[in-house]
Design a protein around this ligand. Structure first.
Ligand code: NDP
Length: 283
């Protein structure tokens, strides 16, 4: 029997760890699958996805900058994807795409199960309002955050995210330059892409954001997470966590949607962590 076809689409995508993660899940569960990385510029994404289907593609992950386009190409949407306005997982259902967003569930599972954090009652600062922030914000609220302050380089995008979340008393937006007047937070999530490009300036954050409980979480991992995690340690955050665990957990959610089996994530996570000394975690 030939292996079923899956892929991650992005632009660029060559460095994605998803092919490795899904191959390991497949080996572990005894499911034969062929999972590749496919580079598609936004203008070519729809046609590339159609070709993938014609060649037997049954499911896809979607990463930067294609998540909102994937949302538009989905005939059906899960509640999580609808709320996020972004899709990171596509599953073939009756000849059409079902769009799902597993980022939020992946982050919450990593923080609560792997790192043992209780998110209930936390005051959350969310930095960023792009696709990843849209994915994780509803999940953090569902996990029990009492209050969420969203700050983004482009303030209108932060306002748009706050509107989608629809909880005006609980979710507010602030300007970056006013961060010093917002008090302290038990959870600070960096969902920006600052740090991915060598010429990005580090985020400027006051240490007054930090209290004795603060967990600082970067959705980035590897080199892109170094600056934020260095700030978190210097500011004496109790936890400084990168996005590698979330990456593995959101992949497991996708895998379960496609194959109906939940893979074990710890071995895969530890393998990736050991593989690259740059992937740092200080919790
Ligand atoms: P988007 O392009 O949708 O959004 C990027 C966000 O970063 C926007 O809020 C943008 O602000 C902000 N931003 C970009 N550059 C800077 C900068 N120099 N200074 C301040 N803010 C900046 O990307 P995503 O939301 O999809 O992804 C964000 C990050 O999260 C990526 O680096 C990605 O790798 C990571 N990620 C990790 C996952 C995991 O599993 N660990 C899953 C998903 C994402 P503005 O609106 O002003 O442009």
């Amino acid at each position: 029997m030939s292996a079923s076809r899956y892929a991650v689409f992005g632009h660029p995508v060559a460095h994605s760890l998803s092919p490795r993660i899904h191959s390991e899940f497949g080996r572990q569960t005894g499911i034969a699958l062929d999972y590749t990385a496919i580079d598609a510029a936004p203008a070519d994404f729809a046609a590339t996805l159609e070709r993938f289907v014609a060649e037997g593609g049954q499911g896809a992950n979607v990463t930067l900058p294609l998540k909102e386009l994937a949302y538009g190409l989905s005939a059906h949407l899960s509640e999580r994807a609808r709320r996020a306005g972004a899709v990171n997982t596509l599953a073939r259902r009756d000849g059409q795409w079902l769009g799902e967003n597993t980022d939020g569930a992946g982050l919450v599972r990593d923080l609560t199960e792997r790192h043992g954090l209780d998110l209930r009652g936390r005051r959350v600062l969310l930095l960023g309002a792009g696709g990843a922030a849209r994915g994780v914000a509803p999940a953090l609220l569902e996990a029990g955050a009492t209050e969420m302050v969203i700050v983004n380089r482009s303030p209108t995008r932060a306002d748009a995210l706050s509107d989608v979340l629809g909880e005006p008393g609980r979710v507010t937006t602030r300007y970056w330059e006013d961060l010093g007047a917002q008090g302290d937070f038990e959870l600070i999530v960096n969902a920006t892409a600052a740090g991915r490009r060598a010429d990005d300036l580090p985020l400027t954050l006051p240490s007054s954001l930090v209290n004795s409980m603060t967990a600082a979480v970067d959705l980035n991992y590897g080199e892109a997470a170094i600056a934020f995690l260095a700030w978190a340690r210097a500011a004496q955050c109790r936890y400084a966590i990168d996005g590698l665990g979330m990456l593995v957990e959101q992949a497991a959610e996708s895998f379960e949607l496609w194959h109906g089996v939940r893979p074990q994530t710890d071995l895969v996570y530890r393998g990736l962590r050991e593989r690259d000394a740059l992937l740092v975690s200080a919790d």
